[in-house]
Every structure is written in structure tokens, then in C-alpha cells.
Design a protein around this ligand. Structure first.
Ligand SMILES: Cc1cc2nc3c(=O)[nH]c(=O)nc-3n(C[C@H](O)[C@H](O)[C@H](O)COP(=O)(O)O)c2cc1C
Length: 484
């Protein structure tokens, strides 16, 4: 795969017939998001909006979105055949992530073609849509990497964290103290110093996929592993943070450690399909914007009905990889497949009692626990975890609701989880939201189901929806004779 930035990625999509340019003039206020909403439902193409109201003469005039909106485009990102099934995509990502690639440091790059500093900064020059009618302004941070640097180790960290334009030079953000940048922020608060932050918009799609998932390990190295090409990094202008040299736009700034500087952030239409609430939250004051000539902005519509979004397609494989890696790190045997979603599922070859509970303990003890995935189901080989109907059938046939459900109560969760009462979603007060998690153990309980001779020495009643192989062959051969 050649070195790839946003423009090379768009060219790749174009060559595959996966990109549509919209030249009609469109309004950033609600109109763009309604177009995207309809395109999501059709599993439609990536979109480049080229003619946006009020942005004919701003430094950034175009918006690119939905580049990762389908499994086929996620496969293209990885250089795989478009029809590669998700289970295979997950295996490929796992294999590549075992070989992180050290980034290459360069002195300069296209992102330094233009440098805007101090009072010349105007975030409203960027064509950010107003994604939902009740959003608190234009959310600039929906599909970008937010990069911070640990003051003790100097390690860069990239995450995806929402943020809205509060004024020409201020971005209000949702920062959870238990997330990586939250941990870094608390170190700056202890030092009484502002935390440097860089927001990266528009680059190789692998970065956002890694940054938006609870992967363990340095994101630039892992993005390099996924794209099979090291990431080229340059230093920011106003801090030591490093950013991709061929990014479209980098916004640099500092977050004050002082809670009296916090401003109202939210509501925002979240991935749940519901609005989040407004609270006073940390603010990044922008010191500098660097950008390419004719810079393309990157964003994504998050909150939609039934959660059909670009983000779900983009990060679901990666979430499954992150969780599988956690189970591997705990040396839990027999894991055959992992999915992540409203019901996150793990398929195992069971070899001992308590294996499902061990899996739940490992995942609840990890970064995964901070995400709004509250139901974990563990099943055996006979259940297709990528088929929701099969999961429901397994719940019906294999679960005793008295013995096989485990609730982990009053535990950490995500403030975007709307079932959590308003007060318990106060992430800055509690460090995370407070919720409960559920394990559905749909594996065979060996205590309740001893081996039985009449079922070919199996524990659980075998499926009865097949005939003997010779009968199946016979019926196949005689099918024409039956007149059916
Ligand atoms: C589109 C998108 C938006 C997200 N918004 C937030 C957010 O506002 N706040 C947050 O704490 N996590 C958010 N997340 C989840 C984090 O990106 C995720 O937890 C990631 O693992 C954070 O990296 P970290 O583990 O290095 O902190 C979002 C993820 C995606 C894909």
C-alpha cells in the first residue's frame, strides 16, 4: 500500500466507484446532515461536499464524510477484497496489530503549507455542519484524532472525543477523567499547567479507527501497522505534540487546568441516537491552525435512528479486535470470535466451568468497560454471534435467568448512555458515569448438564434439525421426483 493521506484515500475510493462529489450549494445548518442521514440508510457512498454556504472563500471550503461507512470500504482501507467477511477482517486486523510500526519523524510536511496564529485564528472558517437541530453549536470534533502527550513519558496519545466550536478560538469538549487524555489532563492539573492538545482533521482513515477504539498501545504505531506503512510525524507549532505531516488541518491549543474556565458543552446528538445533556466542561483555547492548501475538513454524523452510522461501520471491527486482545492478554483459552455492539458477544470452545465469568471479569476490568456496551453474552461453537436472531435463540434455549445472568452493579460507564439518570452521568464529578453491566452466560453449565449417553455422550441436547448424511444425499438426489 503506498503512503496514503486523505487525498490518496479519496482517490482510491473514487477509483472503486465509492465516492460521490456534491457540487450543488448546501447549507451547513442541518441540510448536510439530512443528506448524510439518507445516504447512511441506503448504505451509500463516501461524500465530498464541494459547495457549502458561507464557505466559498474560507481557507477550508470542502467537507469529506462517510469514507468508512460500509464494511466494503473498511476492507478497502485495509487493502482487502471489498467482500471480505467481518470475521476475516477482524482476524487480519489482529494479525497486523501484533507488529506496530515505529513512526518516522520529518521536519515539515504539507500540513505546514499555511500557518495561522493568535488573533487570526477563526474556527468558523472551517465548514463544520450543525449536525442536529438541538446541538449546542457546530461540532467540529466528530471524526478527528485528538492528540495529547503524557508529560512523564512523552508518549503521544490519540483518541476520538467530541467537541464544539464555542467561539472563534475556543472548543468545548467532553473529557472523561478515566480515558487516556483524562488521565493526562489530571497530571497537568496536579502541576497547575495547561494541557497542550492537537486536533487532527483528515488523514489516512486507519488513524481514526485506532484512535476511536479502546486499543492498548500507542496509536500512531498501531495505525502504521494497519496501513502497513509508518506514519510520518511533524511537531506542532506551539507544543511538542506530534501530528501526521500530511494531515489536512491541525488545530493546536491548550486546556486550562482551572475548572472556573469551563463552559457549557452539549447537548449533542450522540451515537446512541439521543441527545446528551449540557454541562460545564473543559475548553481548549486555540493558539494556532496549520493546514494544507485548499484544506478538506473531515467530520461525521453520529446520532441516527437505529445507530446506522459511519462510526459503527468504522470502529466495530476494531472494537472487537481490542476486546479479543484483552482476552488474549489474560491468556483465556478457547476464544473463537468476538463482536461488539448493543449485545457484545464472545464465542468460545468451553473447556472449564466459570470460563464465561472469567471473560466478563477480564472485559469489565479493562478499557472496554468505559464504553456504552452494557450487555456481554458468551456462547459456544453452535451459535453464530454475527446473527442477532441466533443470539436471541441462544438466550431462549440456553439461559436459566436465575443462574446464568450476572449483574456487575454500580460500575463505571459512559455519559452518553441515556438510561443512566442525569446526575449519575456527571463524568467530571465521578470520573466516569455510574451504571451496571450484564453477563449472559449462554454456555452449557456443566454442573446442570452432565454427559449423557443417549445424546452421543454430549452434555447439552444436540440440535435435531438434520437427518443422517445418507438420507440428506438421497432426498437431494430424488428431489425432482417429489414434484415440489
Ligand atoms: C465518533 C466517536 C466519538 C467519541 N466521542 C467520545 C467523547 O466525546 N468522549 C470520550 O471520552 N470518548 C469518546 N469516544 C470513545 C473514545 O474515542 C474511545 O474510548 C477511545 O478508546 C479513547 O481513547 P483512549 O482509550 O486512548 O482514551 C468516541 C469514539 C468515537 C468513535
Amino acid at each position: 500500500m503506498p503512503d496514503r493521506d486523505l487525498r490518496a484515500w479519496m482517490a482510491q475510493l473514487d477509483a472503486e466507484g465509492e465516492l460521490k462529489r456534491i457540487t450543488a450549494k448546501v447549507d451547513w445548518d442541518d441540510e448536510i446532515s439530512q443528506i448524510i442521514r439518507k445516504v447512511y440508510i441506503q448504505s451509500g457512498p463516501a461524500l465530498l461536499f464541494e459547495n457549502i454556504k458561507d464557505h466559498g472563500a474560507t481557507f477550508s471550503r470542502k467537507l469529506f464524510t462517510n469514507g468508512l461507512g460500509t464494511q466494503s470500504r473498511v476492507n478497502l482501507m485495509l487493502g482487502l477484497p471489498k467482500d471480505t467477511p467481518p470475521a476475516e477482517t477482524v482476524r487480519t486486523i489482529r494479525k497486523r496489530m501484533k507488529k506496530p510500526l515505529e513512526p518516522v519523524r520529518v521536519k515539515t510536511g504539507p500540513v505546514k503549507e499555511n500557518i495561522i496564529r493568535g488573533k487570526d485564528v477563526d474556527l468558523f472558517e472551517i465548514p463544520v455542519p450543525k449536525w442536529h437541530p438541538l446541538d449546542n453549536g457546530r461540532y467540529i470534533n466528530t471524526f478527528n484524532a485528538t492528540v495529547t502527550r503524557d508529560p512523564d513519558t512523552g508518549q503521544n496519545n490519540a483518541g476520538v472525543y467530541r467537541g464544539t466550536i464555542l467561539s472563534k478560538n475556543k472548543i468545548g469538549v467532553l473529557l472523561m477523567p478515566m480515558k487516556d487524555w483524562g488521565i493526562t489532563y489530571s497530571k497537568y492539573q496536579e502541576m497547575g499547567k495547561p494541557m497542550p492538545v492537537a486536533f487532527v482533521y483528515g488523514w489516512d482513515p486507519t488513524l481514526i479507527v485506532v484512535a476511536g477504539s479502546p486499543v492498548v498501545g500507542p496509536e500512531y504505531e498501531l495505525a502504521g501497522a494497519l496501513r502497513q506503512e509508518p506514519v510520518e510525524l511533524v511537531k506542532c507549532e506551539t507544543s511538542d505534540i506530534e501530528v501526521p505531516a500530511s494531515a489536512e488541518i491541525v488545530v493546536e491549543g491548550f486546556m486550562s487546568p482551572d475548572p472556573s474556565t469551563y463552559e457549557i458543552e452539549g447537548p449533542f446528538g450522540e451515537g446512541s441516537g439521543f441527545y446528551g445533556e449540557a454541562r460545564k466542561r473543559p475548553v481548549v483555547e486555540v493558539t494556532c491552525i496549520t493546514h494544507r492548501n485548499d484544506a478538506i475538513f473531515r467530520g461525521s454524523l453520529v446520532g441516527t435512528k437505529e445507530g446506522v452510522t459511519e462510526i459503527r461501520a468504522a470502529v466495530s471491527n476494531m472494537m472487537s479486535v481490542a476486546n479479543w486482545n484483552i482476552l488474549e492478554a489474560h491468556e483465556i483459552p478457547g476464544v473463537l470470535d468476538v463482536t461488539t455492539g448493543p449485545i457484545s458477544a464472545v464465542k468460545i470452545h468451553k473447556t472449564y466451568q466459570g470460563q464465561a465469568r472469567q471473560i466478563a471479569a477480564a472485559l469489565w476490568g479493562s478499557k472496554f468497560a468505559g464504553h456504552p456496551f452494557n450487555i456481554l453474552m458468551v456462547v459456544e461453537e453452535d451459535v453464530d454471534i454475527r446473527n442477532p436472531a441466533a443470539l436471541i435463540a441462544a438466550m431462549h434455549h440456553k439461559v436459566d435467568f436465575n443462574r446464568d445472568l450476572v449483574v456487575y452493579p454500580l460500575y463505571m460507564g459512559s455519559p452518553i448512555d441515556v438510561h443512566i439518570p442525569y446526575d449519575l452521568r456527571a463524568e467530571l464529578e465521578y470520573g466516569a458515569a455510574v451504571t451496571s453491566k450484564l453477563l449472559i452466560d449462554a454456555t452449557t453449565d456443566w454442573q446442570m448438564h452432565p454427559i449423557r449417553e443417549e445424546w452421543n455422550n454430549q452434555r447439552f441436547p444436540p440440535n435435531c434439525h438434520y437427518s443422517r448424511p445418507e438420507t440428506e444425499a438421497l432426498v437431494e438426489k430424488r428431489w425432482g421426483e417429489y414434484g415440489l
